[in-house]
Design a protein around this ligand. Structure first.
Ligand SMILES: Nc1nc2c(ncn2[C@@H]2O[C@H](COP(=O)(O)OP(=O)(O)OP(=O)(O)O)[C@@H](O)[C@H]2O)c(=O)[nH]1
Length: 400
């Protein structure tokens, strides 16, 4: 029965990795996200590394052997770098990325230093590569964004297993005579090749899940975002408002619903064109971002109307309105070349009036009044006094 040698296994691994790298964007369809591009490069660079190291082992002792071995090391280091970039895209800033990048530079330099001492360079390669893979595994934990656990834990488990395998290899290469060659037909090399193949397959699974989650998250964000201004849309505000209302109640914070409407916006479109009108709406969003606090919410309510949830009482809303309308006027004159004015209607949440629909209704009526009173102003909606239910008559008042 023909035996599978290490070289054949390595060829299979290289072909496998290259096929994955090439098929990924095709299978996932476009547009391909930056993270997915990094993953694709990771697989292609890994395939290149395995191919080069294999060719190098076939031409031991020639001029090209060290050149190819060093190039293989650079490809493997660049692959780690790419994976660190992908994890950063998916999970938010990863400080350990700098260690991976540092090792990706330092590793090949050390390899070049011990280029002609094969056991030491193999031990060095396994040591720094194992450390770098361990960092990648650690980077999967504690994301800064709400990211599902499954794929991260799978990736961390693969990285830990691979890292332990590499560290064991470093030990064997340096302290024992069992592993003097990367491509030698030894049990340790077979085991390592199987481990590498298994871990890359599982890493691929976790990357695909991460990729799918990223796409789903983008779709969710799109469904809740106004595409022109980047603000939340009406649906997002209606979803978030109950949470902000109960938070305001629990923490005894004031809450105001404010409707803003650009004055005579139709004239802007008619006079300067629809594109300039769009720029004006984007400018409103920018000024809102600049003037509002992070725990407040702004949304595009529709057309040239915006709805805000502010943690402010009547004085706070008044001073916000003055700040905001002055900033909008100034920036519109600077950036668009004409003035933009805005009217606002506000309803304050009170103990007796916490129904969102009623608050919105009150803010809308107040906005209508602001418009009819001449625009460029803020009007507060008053609570409509509801008729008190008749109180029970005391026995003394009871008609005989
Ligand atoms: N450029 C642009 N214009 C829009 C968009 N959505 C709505 N509009 C325009 O906003 C204008 C709203 O006009 P009106 O409802 O008459 O309001 P107005 O001219 O601002 O007048 P008042 O609100 O009464 O001060 C219309 O001309 C719409 O075409 C948009 O996404 N982009």
């Amino acid at each position: 029965m023909p035996q599978l040698d290490f070289a054949s296994m390595a060829i299979l691994i290289a072909i496998n990795l290259a096929a994955i790298g090439l098929a990924l964007p095709w299978a996932m369809g476009s547009p391909v996200s930056p993270a997915a591009r990094h993953v694709q490069r990771y697989f292609l660079l890994q395939a290149l590394g395995w191919s080069l190291i294999l060719v190098a082992s076939r031409i031991r002792g020639t001029f090209w052997d060290p050149v190819l071995s060093l190039s293989a090391t650079c490809a493997a280091a660049a692959a780690q770098w790419q994976m660190a970039q992908a994890l950063q895209c998916w999970l938010g800033p990863r400080p350990l990325r700098w260690l991976v990048i540092g090792l990706a530079i330092l590793g090949p330099l050390g390899f070049a230093w011990w280029l002609h001492d094969i056991p030491t360079r193999l031990a060095w390669y396994s040591l720094y590569h194992g450390t770098s893979v361990a960092c990648l595994g650690w980077m999967c934990l504690h994301p800064l964004r709400p990211v599902a656990r499954g794929w991260r834990y799978l990736m961390a488990a693969c990285a830990t297993t691979m890292s332990l395998g590499l560290l064991a290899r470093a030990y064997l290469a340096y302290y024992t005579p069992w592993l003097r060659e990367f491509a030698h037909d030894s049990a340790a090399n077979y085991l390592f090749a199987i481990l590498a193949q298994l871990c890359s397959s599982l890493a691929l699974v976790s990357m695909l899940v991460a990729w799918r989650d990223e796409t789903n998250q983008k779709l969710r964000d799109m469904a809740l975002t106004d595409q022109l201004t980047g603000l939340a849309n009406r649906h997002a505000l209606l979803q978030t408002a109950p949470r902000m209302q109960s938070l305001a109640q629990r923490q005894h914070l004031p809450l105001a619903v404010v409707l803003l409407d650009l004055d005579h916006f139709k004239n802007v479109n008619d006079q300067y064109g629809h594109t300039t009108g769009d720029h004006a709406l984007q400018l409103v969003a920018k000024v809102l971002h600049a003037e509002m606090r992070p725990n407040e919410m702004a949304s595009r309510w529709g057309g040239e109307e915006f709805c805000l949830l502010l943690h402010a009482d009547a004085d706070g809303v008044q001073s916000f309105y003055q700040r905001f309308s002055a900033a909008l006027l100034q920036r519109a004159q600077q950036e668009l070349g004409f003035a933009l004015h805005i009217s606002a209607g506000c309803a304050l949440q009170t103990d007796s009036d916490q129904n969102l629909d009623q608050l919105l209704q009150r803010a809308d009526t107040a906005l209508y009044q602001a418009k009819s009173q001449g625009r460029r102003r803020l009007v507060f909606g008053t609570v409509v006094e509801r008729p008190q239910p008749p109180t029970a008559l005391s026995p003394a008042q009871t008609p005989a």
